[in-house]
Design a protein around this ligand. Sequence first.
Ligand SMILES: [Zn+2]
Length: 69
Amino acid sequence: MSFQLVCIECDSIGVVIDHGELAPPSAIVRCSHCSAARGTLGELRSLALSERRDLFDVGLDINGTGAAL
Ligand SMILES: [Zn+2]
């Protein structure tokens, strides 16, 4: 399973990560709009470090914990 940058259920790009920066790489990242599973935190970090990281500056919302990706 690869990380879904855009939600297949609602087309939102916002995500929520339970436990924020304390979450393990295997933690499930959920859609901030409909809570559908979008992938794992490890997959999100890999994407954020890639050349596509600019896409994340728009809609990333990490549940108020200020987690660093
Ligand atoms: Zn969604």
